[in-house]
Write a protein that binds this ligand. Structure first.
Ligand code: PLP
Length: 447
């Protein structure tokens, strides 16, 4: 088949593809190839993938170890139905349990991505506890299918609620120290106590014995890498224990080495009863997600039928990609490398707070980071207040993109989450571009 030109690719897309989160038919950039931490458009312009696409391509693009594993598996067996065992699925399930904690976790239910992982975790929590309600945070995103979207807290939920509100979802406010007016490292204990008190109160008003699970991102990602105050996650775990509620951590974005630990919940002194994953498990080379469940949950389903099923659960090609990716994380000690790179990224971002009028706060754990962009640093007036249409942040993203620095931001944040394999030299080459754009923001958009 003759290759299409970039223009043809873009125009077919605009005419025939339903584009997520957009009005249809708008312009779209066609991308021709990707390699390592870079991708290229059809004009040959190179972009550095400073967000790992959607915080997904943790090991960069076209990693030979994953590509070869997919090819080898494709030659043997692309697909086998969930009812059968296959080598990649069996291997990957054990690898994930071993990495998480084989004394506490037992089994994996495989899915196709993040949203259906959360859907299935929610179903399991309801089946195990016999309780209907799911508590989740306002400052969160869990996916866009009906259940995951209803569980999500941010405004992307509103349209789904119109199109199919699912019952039993209750939201609670989770802390965002900067936007709430506090100082990290100073006010943590007070903020933690306050937010936990309010959550406890809300649980009591809802009736704790009607609550199946508290679902939360281990570290809130798309809404701005919101690091919880000291003690908060442990406090939520304690409330779950107090009321017999299951704790589900969503590791879809924060998992697989992103924070310098294989799973982000390992940064806290907690073990969720279940955690969901996707993205980094295959780095998106083939779609895959899943739910890792504790021995207790697993035991429940040895006596009860697991009423969950997906044609592609444990997809053979996807699991082969997963085995190769997890092997790579472990054999190359990617977590240690991430911690080393944090040593460059974090001080740089903190220096941006010192230098720029427009940077209110920097948050960074591993290679998971975001800047809060403000109009006025004294008053903490945000550049883009929550859920207000504005063209300011897209303008900032476009400036970065012009410099070949590809990333995303939501609301008033710029996320910086490069592939975990980025080298010190590559980081040092990219970060000045961010500095340059922030200087432009200071001059043109701040009070
Ligand atoms: N959970 C979190 C924390 C996410 O960031 C995302 C997507 O960005 C999802 C779930 C949904 O994943 P998917 O788009 O694979 O359904």
């Amino acid at each position: 088949m003759e290759e299409l030109t970039g223009e043809e690719v873009a125009s077919l897309h605009s005419e025939y593809v339903m584009q997520s989160w957009h009005k249809q038919g708008g312009p779209v950039k066609p991308i021709k190839k990707a390699d390592g931490i870079y991708f290229w458009d059809y004009d040959g312009k190179r972009y550095t993938d400073m967000s790992s696409l959607l915080v997904c391509s943790n090991l960069g693009h076209e990693l030979p170890e994953i590509v070869d594993a997919i090819k080898e598996q494709a030659d043997k067996m692309c697909f086998m139905a969930p009812a059968y065992a296959s080598e990649p699925k069996s291997r990957l399930a054990k690898m994930l349990v071993d990495v998480a904690d084989p004394d506490f976790y037992q089994r994996v239910f495989f899915t196709n991505g993040g949203a259906d992982s959360n859907e299935n975790a929610i179903k399991m929590a309801r089946m195990v506890t016999g309780r209907p309600k799911i508590f989740s945070c306002y400052r969160s995103y869990h996916g866009s299918t009906i259940g995951a979207s209803n569980a999500s807290g941010d405004w992307r939920r509103f349209a789904t609620e119109l199109g199919g509100s699912a019952p039993g979802f209750v939201h609670f406010m989770n802390p965002n120290m900067y936007e709430d007016g506090y100082t990290r490292g100073v006010d943590d204990a007070a903020v933690t106590a306050d937010y936990l008190h309010r959550l406890d109160e809300q649980l009591q008003y809802e009736g704790p014995d009607t609550v199946a699970a508290i679902l939360m991102e281990s570290i809130v990602g798309a809404n701005g890498v919101i690091l919880p105050p000291e003690g908060y996650m442990e406090g939520v775990r304690a409330l779950c224990d107090k009321y017999g509620i299951l704790m589900i951590c969503d590791e879809v974005m924060a998992g697989f080495g992103r924070t310098g630990k294989m799973f982000a919940w390992q940064n806290f002194n907690i073990k969720p009863d279940m955690f969901t994953f996707a993205k980094g498990v295959t780095c998106g080379y083939v779609p895959l997600g899943g739910v890792v469940v504790s021995k207790r949950i697993s035991d429940y389903f040895t006596d009860h039928v697991l009423q969950c099923g997906l044609t592609y659960s444990g997809h053979t090609l996807a699991c082969a990609a997963g085995v190769a990716a997890v092997n790579y994380y472990l054999e190359h000690d990617v977590c240690a490398h991430v911690k080393e790179m944090e040593g460059i990224l974090k001080p740089f971002l903190e220096s941006m707070v010192e230098k720029h009028k427009c940077v209110g706060e920097a948050r960074c754990i591993g290679l998971f980071s975001a800047l809060t962009i403000v109009k006025n640093k004294e008053t903490r007036e945000l550049m883009a207040p929550y859920h207000t249409p504005n063209s300011v942040m897209p303008q900032i993203m476009a400036k970065l993109m012009d410099l070949g620095f590809s990333t995303f931001g939501r609301e008033t944040n710029i996320n910086i989450c490069p592939p975990l394999i980025i080298t010190a030299e590559q980081l040092e080459e990219e970060l000045p571009k961010l500095d340059e754009v922030l200087t432009w923001v200071d001059k043109n958009l701040c009070d």
